[in-house]
Design a protein around this ligand. Structure first.
Ligand SMILES: [Zn+2]
Length: 451
């Protein structure tokens, strides 16, 4: 090979490289060039790639995992209010300023850049911004409207994004109603000239099927303790009209080749979505359920068979289960968010934060998921940690339809890395939040380094 084929821009040696590939293979060193991984193996092999221009990071026993993919976070909104979170605010915590609204393009741009810094400090190298569009142009946060999309486009073109961004478009209100007319207009107006790059892409469409169980706005088969049963948020003259309109939305998006992420929390709305997807042709668009609080056990099997993903937030479970118990009874609350069952069914489960609802700290997300699932329910400690790490790396790459080029530390894939101070397989999930993120590499560039 010519010499320039042998050079590495960056090598990391003397640690534990957890590739999270199918065999869970491990190495001690990794090297990158031109934004890709060019070597995974022993130290000697990596050192052979060093030149005067290479950066060499001595891991000194630390661990490298694939860059974290935060597969559902409202990053711009997070950038506006962090370190406050909605859940802290609800719990009476100090930080959340209800009045925080992004007023101008400059403020939105700054919030996106701040979210990039927050992400980098947590080892996050990809995220999904779930719900930007005209329905939120006058929204309360100012963080989800069309102008946010414009700011992302500009930052992507300027090369200033510090994490890879997948956007879901929204043609209604966040956590609110949508109409079939707005949906059709929005999807037909979508520019087809957006770059489908590795840094910024419109991945699909977000649909709000229903609300949330604590507000009795999730659409359920049974009824709440007060006798109501919720309904769909998609507008229509009656229940069956609403269901037909949701079918029309998902079908249209599917026919135009867009992936659909459906916010659905009630068992009846989840079943309705699954039935709709079942009726579509088999193209591999990987539509997925967002939240899925009350998903039924038999529905999980249908979802797995149909290739429907589940994107859920384990931290919401402990934070709201008392409210769930108050509206639906304690047994329903105990059975909600069935993480072990979803994994056992074979669903490529993605865990996420819905930040700023919860903190975007995935280490806390993993601790919450393990606690909610129950000790031993995901296998032995090592298997549990591997499984949960994959819900933030391998599985979201699948959700992004990008598993051929990201999600594991494999030669040829993008050089997105997270260096942890300790081997995560040697700590319990409850201890993981205490393991610091030391270095974050996105596309071969060091975007964060703990000082
Ligand atoms: Zn959300």
């Amino acid at each position: 090979m010519p010499p320039n084929q042998l050079n590495a821009d960056l090598i990391l040696t003397g640690g534990l490289v957890l590739t999270l590939d199918e065999r869970n293979s491990e190495a001690t060193a990794i090297a990158t060039r031109g934004g890709r991984i060019v070597y995974v193996g022993d130290d000697d092999g990596a050192i052979a790639l060093v030149t005067d221009a290479s950066r060499h990071i001595d891991l000194a026993g630390r661990a490298v995992i694939p860059g974290i993919n935060e597969s559902h976070m409202h990053a711009t909104w997070l950038g506006a209010i962090w370190p406050a979170t909605i859940m802290d605010g609800l719990a009476g915590g100090s930080g959340f300023a209800q009045s925080t609204t992004l007023e101008s393009s400059a403020e939105r741009r700054a919030a996106i850049l701040r979210a990039g810094d927050i992400a980098a400090s947590l080892g996050i190298t990809s995220y999904t911004e779930p719900g930007l569009g005209p329905g939120e142009d006058d929204g309360a946060t100012g963080a989800c409207g069309s102008d946010v999309l414009e700011q992302y486009r500009a930052l992507a073109a300027e090369g200033l994004l510090r994490a890879r961004v997948t956007v879901l478009m929204l043609f209604g209100e966040l956590d609110g109603p949508s109409t079939i007319d707005d949906f059709e207009r929005g999807i037909h107006d979508l520019a087809d000239d957006d770059p489908d790059s590795e840094w910024f892409r419109i991945g699909g469409i977000k649909v709000f099927a229903d609300g949330i169980p604590p507000m009795r706005s999730a659409w359920i088969h049974g009824h709440y303790l007060d006798g109501t049963h919720g309904t769909l948020l998609v507008e229509g003259i009656d229940e069956s009209d609403r269901a037909e309109n949701m079918r029309a939305m998902i079908t249209l998006a599917h026919e135009l080749g867009y992936q659909v992420g459906v916010h659905a929390t009630g068992d009846k709305s989840i079943d309705a979505v699954v039935e709709i997807v079942e009726s579509l042709d088999g193209s591999d668009l990987r539509h997925y359920i967002i939240h899925g609080d009350l998903v039924g056990r038999s529905t999980l099997d249908r979802m797995a068979a149909l290739g429907i993903g589940l994107n859920t937030q384990a931290g919401i479970a402990p934070a709201t289960s008392a409210m769930l118990a108050a509206t639906l009874g304690p047994q329903v609350a105990l059975n909600a968010w069935p993480i072990p069952d979803a994994l056992a069914a074979g669903i490529p489960l993605c865990l996420s934060s819905d930040a700023p609802v919860l903190t975007p700290d995935w280490r806390i997300g993993i601790a919450a998921a393990a606690a909610w699932a129950g000790e031993g329910s995901l296998g032995d400690p090592r298997q549990t940690m591997l499984t949960l790490l994959k819900t933030y790396t391998v599985n979201p790459a699948w959700q992004d339809r990008a598993e051929s080029w990201k999600g594991t530390l494999t030669v040829g894939k993008v050089a997105d890395l997270c260096v942890l101070a300790r081997n995560p397989l040697e700590v319990t999930p409850a201890e993981l939040p205490g393991v610091t993120v030391d270095v974050t590499v996105a596309g071969g560039r060091v975007v964060f380094e703990r000082s």
